[in-house]
Design a protein around this ligand. Structure first.
Ligand code: ADP
Ligand code: ADP
Length: 208
């Protein structure tokens, strides 16, 4: 089942400790683009994790902050997004993430070994590979936590726009790049585990 809302979520990492999320609700109307912003430690990653854990990975998935486990080859990494994907599917996802030219330059193509730690890939290439995997996953709710870390700023905006445009359904994006949220349906500002502001990007007077 695809979640359409989170209601009054409170998360503590240790019993009696301070809440990382403190009564947060989030509407997820199908097809909406929702941005989450706020300072470090505000609870953004925790919110995405709660969302990802609220349903099956096929319904909610994408690129979480702590989910950068790499496998042996480019193809195997992408297959984690969608088992049985054709080379055309892989090429489309890699084109969206801006990795296709690089793959085509490799003598071994899709079977290029990247290793468990991302190996020979640069930080930006790893991020593109993780994004291509998220695109292949094609979940009903696509969650993306700072998905353009490691990309240079001009590439970051382009790749992010392509990935968001490729998603058929709901997108929930954590980012510090507010510019990328101008077309989003809803932006939520978190601070200290609470929603302190929300609305369209243009309505947020104090957005960080
Ligand atoms: P409409 O699409 O009818 O103009 P809005 O998008 O302005 O409605 O939202 C109506 C109410 O629901 C507002 O109070 C808004 O803050 C809230 N809301 C909308 N989307 C979300 C969301 N993704 N998370 C939390 N609240 C939301
Ligand atoms: P953000 O993504 O906005 O930087 P996080 O969701 O990562 O915020 O963190 C929210 C709060 O929860 C912070 O105070 C952070 O230190 C704490 N926190 C996050 N992950 C853990 C964890 N695994 N164990 C204990 N505390 C955590």
């Amino acid at each position: 089942d695809t979640p359409t809302a989170l209601r009054d979520v409170t998360v503590r990492y240790r019993p009696g400790g301070p809440p990382a999320l403190d009564g947060v609700s989030l509407e997820l109307p199908p097809g909406h683009r929702i941005g989450i912003v706020g300072p470090s430690g505000a609870g953004k990653s925790t919110l995405l994790r709660v969302l990802a854990e609220s349903a099956a990975p096929s319904a909610v998935g994408g690129l979480l902050a702590d989910a950068h486990v790499f496998h042996a080859t480019v193809r195997e990494n992408l297959a984690l997004g969608r088992a049985g994907a054709t080379d055309d599917d892989l090429a489309a996802a890699c084109a969206t993430a801006g990795l296709l030219d690089w793959v085509r330059e490799q003598p071994d193509g899709w079977d290029t070994v990247v290793g468990e730690d991302g190996g020979q890939l640069s930080g930006g290439q790893r991020q593109r590979l993780a994004l291509a995997r998220a695109v292949l996953l094609d979940p009903a709710v696509l969650v993306l936590d700072e998905p353009t870390e490691g990309l240079d700023p001009s590439a970051a905006d382009r790749v992010l726009a392509a990935v968001v445009a490729s998603a058929r359904a709901t997108v929930v994006l954590v980012t510090h790049r507010l510019r990328g949220l101008a077309d989003f349906d809803h932006v939520v500002v978190l601070d200290n585990g609470r929603v302190v502001q929300q609305g369209r990007h243009a309505e947020l007077v104090e957005a960080p």
